[in-house]
Write a protein that binds this ligand. Sequence first.
Ligand SMILES: C[S@@+](CC[C@H](N)C(=O)[O-])C[C@H]1O[C@@H](n2cnc3c(N)ncnc32)[C@H](O)[C@@H]1O
Length: 236
Amino acid sequence: MDKPKFIHNLFSRIAGKYNLLNDVMTLSLHRQWKKQTVAIAAKAIKRKDAKVLDLCTGTGDIAELWIAHPAVKDVIAVDSCAQMLQVGYQQLEQKFKGPPPKLQMIEADALSLPFEDNSFDAVTVGFGLRNVNDLLKACEEIKRVLRPGGILVSLDLGHPSIPLVDWLYKNILLKIIPIIGMFFAQDKAAYQYLSDSLKTWPLQKELSQGLYSLGFTRSFTKDIMLGTIAIVAAEK
Ligand SMILES: C[S@@+](CC[C@H](N)C(=O)[O-])C[C@H]1O[C@@H](n2cnc3c(N)ncnc32)[C@H](O)[C@@H]1O
């Protein structure tokens, strides 16, 4: 399978329904998780007028949270899917009644970021790294564009450490997701992928260890909802 093409087609198809499905599938809890993600990243920012990157921004939920943050001057939101960016930009334009302040949305690939080394104080990624074709390369790119002392915070699906919860999550909850996708987005395949993608996605502790191996100096994880969702953070 050509994963980049598959992922691009998938998000192009569901862009218009993406936000609705997120709210339905998580009972809007994803909004709280995204706030936690930005709070962890913001805590590590040590200077005023910070520049942050929201990678795999999709429809820009996390970018919107960054815009509201007083210590942040520039918000760069990157995604490889033009349709997702378009839906996101239109929503933000409506909310801000004009061009969203501080924000630049850029269509680009996480595996080849169009930014200089040491450019950002923080990089956030919401449910994005699981979708890239080469996780190692994406993490190397993030490290390259982060300033020394800068932080990466990834929010994504996790693997519960309690065996019963893990079993229930993977055999019951994730089996319901494609049915929700079929009902609300008429796209069972897209949401089947969401469940399937967890099979090759590392444990949160493994991802954290991998980031140390890449030269990040400090890394930690935070389980949400019994580890079904996980934040993995790492400082350069
Ligand atoms: C599940 S969505 C997450 C959107 C948003 N961050 C959120 O949390 O709601 C994943 C996004 O990653 C983007 N994406 C996948 N592969 C990418 C890549 N190689 N480079 C940039 N964006 C990518 C997709 O286009 C999609 O918008």
